[in-house]
Ligand binder design. Structure first.
Ligand code: DX5
Ligand code: ZN
Length: 222
């Protein structure tokens, strides 16, 4: 299994964004989580392609773009051109999820599907085979620094079972409220891509990454 700690730049200091991305990269991180919010699907507005284009120039990290955007299929080409590697859309935000997933792969990106805490997993039933990653939201999307919702643990387990039952190779990402305590719970439940925003960018970035990476190594022998 491919385990990755995936720092979310939503909690970075944007005045020093390039410097902080270099810090996570030199601490051994391979993936970067980039939260795009449109003020419609979620209340907040964050950033979009200009920021991704800019950081792509100086980073070789895998760009994991989390689209908290209504009808994200409209922006597939733009984000591909900006340098996105994974394009994750919310099942709730796509009128034609199946078509959107095809279009993401056709554009040459990995296709992810995110589900909000209240969204049932039957939404994935008929598209799992077209999906490279399922993102289980463990908070309601829109803001960093919220607390992990305990019901997410059972959901992660159910997604992992669904994938295994079908013999598929799909990553399970968890996003929201992950810190040095909750990380063990989500790893045990079957998540392998671990997003962390405030737990990485509050305080000493290198030390925070070291602590979280140690937890992954301890649980999963990575
Ligand atoms: C929330 C975002 C998350 C956020 C996580 O809507 O999707 O990626 O940055 O932040 P923490 O890790 O602080 O909960
Ligand atoms: Zn996110």
């Amino acid at each position: 299994m491919n385990y990755q700690l995936c720092p979310s730049i939503l909690s970075a200091d944007f005045n020093r964004l390039g410097e902080q991305i270099r810090q996570v990269e030199s601490a051994g991180v391979k993936w970067l989580h980039i939260d795009v919010m449109d003020g419609d699907f979620v209340p907040s507005i964050s950033y979009g392609t200009p920021v991704i284009t800019s950081i792509r120039k100086e980073s070789n990290l895998f760009f994991d773009v989390h689209m908290m955007v209504t009808e994200p299929g409209r922006y597939i080409a733009d984000f591909k051109n900006a340098g996105a590697d994974m394009f994750t859309v919310h099942a709730e935000a796509c009128r034609h999820l199946d078509r959107t997933l095809d279009a993401i792969r056709e554009a040459g990106m990995k296709a992810g599907v995110a589900v909000n805490p209240a969204t049932p997993l039957c939404m994935l039933e008929h598209v799992l085979h077209k999906t490279d990653m399922v993102l289980v939201m463990s908070v309601n999307p829109g803001f960093g620094g919220q607390s992990y919702l305990p019901e997410s643990t059972r959901k992660i387990r159910m997604v992992r079972e669904m994938i295994e039952q079908r013999g598929l190779s799909v990553d399970v990402e968890v996003d929201g409220g992950i810190n040095s305590e909750t990380i063990e719970t989500v790893l045990d439940a079957g998540a392998n891509i671990i997003v962390a925003g405030s737990a990485v960018f509050s305080g000493n970035i290198a030390e925070n990454i070291c602590t979280l990476a140690e937890r992954i190594e301890k649980r999963c022998g990575k």
